[in-house]
Design a protein around this ligand. Structure first.
Ligand code: NCD
Length: 494
């Protein structure tokens, strides 16, 4: 047990997004999970005197019970509000107050919450590390650790692996965290959404911006077998998008070209994994009339093209994964759920710094790496109604990253969603104008002087006056140095 000798780099850290974990962290978590699987008894008692608090504002079977079992298998204690209806939340207590109180009782908080960004808010206020066990439709990083471990164990490597993420890609938090992880590990991602459940634009943009993934549409090809027969003959059926990392061989290596249309095919020697998910009805997911949803059963997987696939599902399943494949050796979903024990034991081991019994582990402040310019001024709200910043207004301070995506947008650091920053005002002149004009002013307006607004009404209620029409003529004036304002302020070249 080499971990006994030193305190982990993960000690005291909160895990809110999958991006909070470096590749080294992931490797370390997997190595300890292996060591735990090899000799679980050796770890018993190591968390003696420590307590995990599981704060679940949404139902859970696997995640909560595996975290609690993991802590008990380390010899630690568990306190839990599995049903927040029995807590002061029903009296209107805020999340910020709840975690400050619970953080005084436990050494680490594992939280599941219906609001996007809730885990980040909790990590900001909690005196102890916070682990995100699912925040709304946003992220579920510890499920991703289980998914990656299972994939790696079965396929040997993630690099170059084709993973079809199927089902409710819009609301599926497991899908979002897994997509970011797969992009980092150089896997190819194929999105196969149910009708009306396409992958959100903000996820696509994060894949492009942060991981330099390439996107393109393809026809379903091999994957049309996931839809019922009437649909599989549909020539217009398309896979929503495919991502490849730049280090990978070009996508054509795994696709055949028919005419001008590229169709998804798994090439010789390549592996495919089907990651199936249920429709997240509790998040308002609805199927349009006549809509289709990808589903698996023994019959649909009969073809020789599926000989070497793996089948994963974060569970629970409803009707998108037939029990008639449960005993199929390609089905890994019960293994994927079982691996939750060594993975979560490993995570608790590291976050609690159990490798060094003498070390005093205190919570590290929660920070996120942001590529571009940070923006945080009152008067600009995230447009996502289920973002924690719109529900916990007393405590959440909305923070954004300025991103250029056709127009200026502000990406919420809590929920990731982008809100249009259609108008910009200069606090020196107190004039506002369409934010695209920011690119025309020479010298550029200093970032500290810029305030963004979603509408003219917002700008005017903040005391800004509409700039005269003559300012619009700036739109035709080319920017001499060819740089966008946002590139200038973030120090990036275009
Ligand atoms: C998932 C979740 O809660 O997001 N379940 C899990 O943690 N294994 C998937 C789901 O509920 O569909």
């Amino acid at each position: 047990m080499k971990e006994n000798t030193s305190v982990s780099p993960l000690a005291g850290r909160s895990i809110v997004s999958f991006d909070d974990l470096t590749l080294d962290d992931i490797q370390t978590i997997f190595e300890t999970a292996d060591a735990i699987s090899a000799d679980r008894q050796a770890y018993f008692g190591k968390a003696s005197g420590k307590i995990v608090a599981t704060l679940f504002y949404e139902p859970s079977t696997r995640t909560r019970l595996s975290f609690e079992a993991a802590m008990q298998r380390l010899g630690g204690g568990v306190i839990s509000t599995s049903d927040v209806k029995n807590s002061s939340v029903v009296k209107g207590e805020s999340l910020a107050d709840t975690v400050r109180v619970v953080g005084a009782y436990g050494d680490v908080i594992v939280i599941r919450h219906p609001l996007d960004g809730a885990a980040k808010l909790a990590a900001e206020y909690s005196p102890v590390p916070v682990i995100n066990a699912g925040d709304g439709g946003h992220e579920h990083p510890t499920q991703t650790l289980c998914d990656l471990y299972t994939l790696r164990e079965h396929h040997g490597t993630l690099k170059g692996l084709n993973v079809a993420l199927c089902g409710d890609l819009q609301h599926g938090r497991t899908v979002h965290s897994l997509a970011f992880a797969l992009a980092r590990f150089g896997a190819n991602i194929i999105f196969v959404p149910g009708d009306g459940n396409e992958i959100p634009a903000y996820v696509l943009r994060r894949l492009e911006r942060n991981y330099h993934a390439h996107i393109r549409r393809e026809r379903l090809g091999t994957l049309s077998a996931l839809f019922d027969e009437s649909a599989s003959g549909d020539e217009s059926a398309t896979v929503n998008a495919i991502y490849i990392t730049p280090s990978e061989p070009h996508q054509l290596a795994m696709s055949s070209i028919e005419g001008t249309t590229v169709e998804f095919r798994v090439g010789y020697g390549e592996s495919l994994s089907l990651y199936v998910t249920r429709r997240q009805t509790e998040r308002g997911s609805a199927m349009p009339t006549g809509g289709r949803y990808p589903a698996l059963n023994a019959k649909s997987l009969r073809g020789s093209q599926f000989k070497n696939i793996s089948i994963l599902h974060p569970l629970p399943r409803i009707d998108e994964l037939s029990p008639d494949v449960d005993n199929d050796p390609r089905s890994l979903y019960f293994r994927q759920a079982a691996i939750g024990i060594p993975i979560r034991m490993s995570l608790l081991w590291h976050v609690l710094g159990l490798g060094d019994e003498t070390a005093v582990v205190s919570k590290q402040p929660y920070t996120q790496e942001v590529l571009g310019l940070l923006y945080s001024h009152s008067g600009f709200d995230c447009s996502n109604e289920t973002c924690v910043t719109n529900q916990e207004r007393l405590f959440a301070s909305p923070q954004f990253e300025v991103v250029m995506n056709g127009d200026y947008k502000l990406r919420c650091l809590h929920c990731d969603r982008e809100t249009d920053g259609t108008y910009a005002g200069n606090i020196e002149s107190r004039f506002y104008y369409p934010s695209e004009l920011l690119d025309r002013f020479l010298p550029p307006v200093s970032p500290e002087h810029v305030r963004f607004f979603a509408s003219p009404e917002d700008a005017e209620s903040a005391g800004f006056k509409r700039a005269s029409d003559k300012w619009d003529s700036y739109q035709s004036r080319p920017n001499d140095n060819g740089k966008h304002w946002v590139d200038m302020v973030s120090g990036r070249t275009q």
